[in-house]
Design a protein around this ligand. Structure first.
Ligand SMILES: *[C@@H]1O[C@H](CO)[C@@H](O)[C@H](O)[C@H]1NC(C)=O
Ligand SMILES: *[C@@H]1O[C@H](CO)[C@@H](O)[C@H](O)[C@H]1NC(C)=O
Ligand SMILES: *[C@@H]1O[C@H](CO)[C@@H](O)[C@H](O)[C@H]1NC(C)=O
Ligand SMILES: *[C@@H]1O[C@H](CO)[C@@H](O)[C@H](O)[C@H]1NC(C)=O
Ligand SMILES: *[C@@H]1O[C@H](CO)[C@@H](O)[C@H](O)[C@H]1NC(C)=O
Length: 432
């Protein structure tokens, strides 16, 4: 017998498909008259994710969560009532006109959590656990989604989950750490997109920035190596509806876990009989936000005391302080306004914090240079999209913060310098 590969795959898919579509009705969806009680489980149609009640620590505290169905060590990726556990074993997750999806314990009259949507005819709705791990509340006939768990991420970023901002509803999509390994309650670390200026990905503790990835520069986030690797592909949208960054595992057969842990470390794992960590940040000295102060570059391959250097045209604030202690200021007496100034290229860096930067996607790099040169407040520029030699224009108009050398995934930045610094840099290039 001879089969073509295509025919073989078609037959395989047919068989793979049949059982799941039979099970679908009873297994992956919650119906108005069939709530999920503590002990019951929903399983997504291809058996990727499961949903049910769980306790990460104290068995008295019960949470509704989603975990990987095929990973034996229960690994929760999403939690509904993270700040309001059910403190008895009578927990119920049900569809309810007043709240949409509701969790209560022994006393049904005092719900502990709800999806906060009102359904005029709850009997037409079902809540379905999708193979992406998304729990969606939808109208049975029209399939209209009225609520989805992916709008309220926990500490884990799943494929196709958005980070960013829904400009229409004002809803922010970001990860928030757990309080502790035993408590999925809202912790103090968040991981998401700051829409200011040229939007960037930030890890924050409260309002304080701990770590920053550069902005999206066409095919990657400036300076974020892992997400340009073969494991993930990413896409970015910035329009009048939303700003969103979405990652997807490039090889569907891989089970990966991307989490912001309770101590504020972003970690990526792949499952191979156990969770194997393959990437994390912040870990190096230069990873932490603004480590060397303003107008500096940080290069972690050097000793940490030597890691900080002033950008061209800048000098240490005071001769008695090292660069890392004080940051840098414009060289004494240097004029950068219509006095023969120009730009020096700083190669392969994470570009400075762009929350206050200006962006124009339709300019060329040469136009960008001219625009920056003509504006004495402009301190640096580069292209907004690094593809095809660079298109678009980003300009900075103040101190340059949180730069570091990243040889493989960095970008070139053009820093405004006075005529003397320009000269010394030319000399430097000629002599070496
Ligand atoms: C459940 O227990 C937690 C922690 O002890 C407590 O803060 C919370 O108020 C309790 N919830 C209810 C509904 O009693
Ligand atoms: C529902 O609304 C209440 C009150 O505004 C809020 O505390 C709670 O976090 C909301 N729940 C969800 C799932 O958004
Ligand atoms: C959803 O619609 C299908 C087909 O119309 C029907 O068989 C099923 O009973 C409905 N489920 C609910 C919960 O209404
Ligand atoms: C990743 O690539 C695949 C295949 O090209 C594509 O179908 C998918 O939409 C991409 N995902 C994202 C988030 O860009
Ligand atoms: C972007 O630059 C182009 C070309 O210089 C200009 O025509 C356009 O007005 C600029 N757009 C914005 C939003 O500044």
């Amino acid at each position: 017998m001879s089969f073509s590969i295509e025919a073989f795959i078609k037959i395989l898919l047919l068989f793979l498909h049949l059982p799941s579509s039979i099970c679908q009705l009873s297994l992956d969806a919650l119906k108005p008259n069939h709530p999920i009680r503590d002990g019951d489980i929903l399983v997504s149609s291809a058996q990727i994710f499961a949903l049910g009640f769980f306790s990460p620590g104290n068995p008295q505290h019960r949470y509704v969560g989603v975990w990987y169905n095929k990973v034996p060590e229960q690994t929760v990726v999403w939690v509904a009532n993270r700040d309001n556990p059910v403190n008895d074993s009578y927990g119920v997750l049900s569809i309810n006109g007043d709240g949409g999806l509701v969790i209560h314990g022994k006393d049904p009259s005092s719900p502990l959590w709800s999806a906060n949507v009102t359904l005029s005819s709850p009997y037409n709705f079902i809540a379905k656990l999708l193979d992406t791990g998304n729990l969606v509340l939808l109208e049975n006939g029209s399939q209209r989604v009225v609520w989805e768990g992916f709008n309220y991420p926990s500490d884990t970023l799943l494929s196709f989950m958005k980070m960013g901002l829904n400009r229409r509803s004002g809803l922010e999509w970001h990860l928030t750490s757990w309080k502790s390994k035993d408590d999925p309650g809202t912790g103090s670390f968040t991981y998401g997109i700051d829409p200011m200026g040229f939007p960037q990905l930030f890890l924050c503790k409260g309002r304080e920035a701990l770590w920053r990835a550069g902005p999206w520069i066409g095919d990657r986030l400036s300076a974020l190596p892992v997400m340009t690797a073969t494991v993930y592909n990413a896409s970015f949208v910035n329009n009048e509806d939303e700003i969103s960054l979405v990652f997807a595992v490039a090889k569907e057969s891989l089970i990966t876990r991307v989490v912001i842990d309770e101590s504020g470390i972003f970690q990526a794992f792949v499952w191979n009989d156990q969770w194997i960590k393959f990437y994390s940040h912040p870990t190096e000295w230069c990873d932490y936000y603004g480590q060397c102060g303003p107008n500096t570059n940080c290069d972690s391959e050097k000793d940490y005391k030597l890691a900080c250097t002033c950008l061209p045209g800048f000098e240490s604030k005071s001769p008695s302080l090292s660069v890392g202690e004080s940051g840098c200021i414009r060289k004494a007496g240097a004029s950068i306004c219509q006095n023969g100034e120009g730009f020096v290229k700083v190669a392969c860096v994470k570009i400075p914090d762009s929350s206050m930067a200006y962006v124009n996607m339709s300019m060329s790099l040469e136009e960008c240079k001219q625009k920056c040169l003509m504006d004495c407040s402009c301190t640096a520029y580069t292209s907004a999209d690094d593809r095809g030699g660079g298109i678009g224009c980003v300009t900075w108009h103040g101190d340059l913060m949180d730069m570091r050398t990243v040889s493989d995934v960095g970008q070139d930045l053009y820093v405004r310098v006075d005529v003397t610094s320009l000269g010394t840099f030319f000399m430097f290039i000629i002599l070496h």
